[in-house]
Design a protein. Sequence first.
Length: 121
Amino acid sequence: MNQPMYPASSAAIASKRKELAPEPLAAFKAFSACVFADGAIPARTKQLIAVAVAHVTQCPYCIRGHTAAALKSGATAQEIMEAIWVSAEMRAGAAYAHSALALETMEAHPDSTEVHHVHAH
């Protein structure tokens, strides 16, 4: 039998989490409710931000949950997809920007500074 990579959320899993650590769970739920409530940033926008962040952190549960919450808060499919594209650009941009670390490291090693050209034959 082919088992899914990520188990489906279930009442049994939720119950086990609560049984094993009820106080942190209650604190996390209160924190989450506070973070996603309307404030200076509307809840709808916060859910769009969460969809983008979930794609960067690559949490499948977060992607599903916050996409559903974004829809429920009034976000459109187009807005959600644009938020996902923002996350893709940010993730790619971070890799590009962090190349400065590799370039600095290579610069510190004299053997790595020469450019090697590969010629096709």
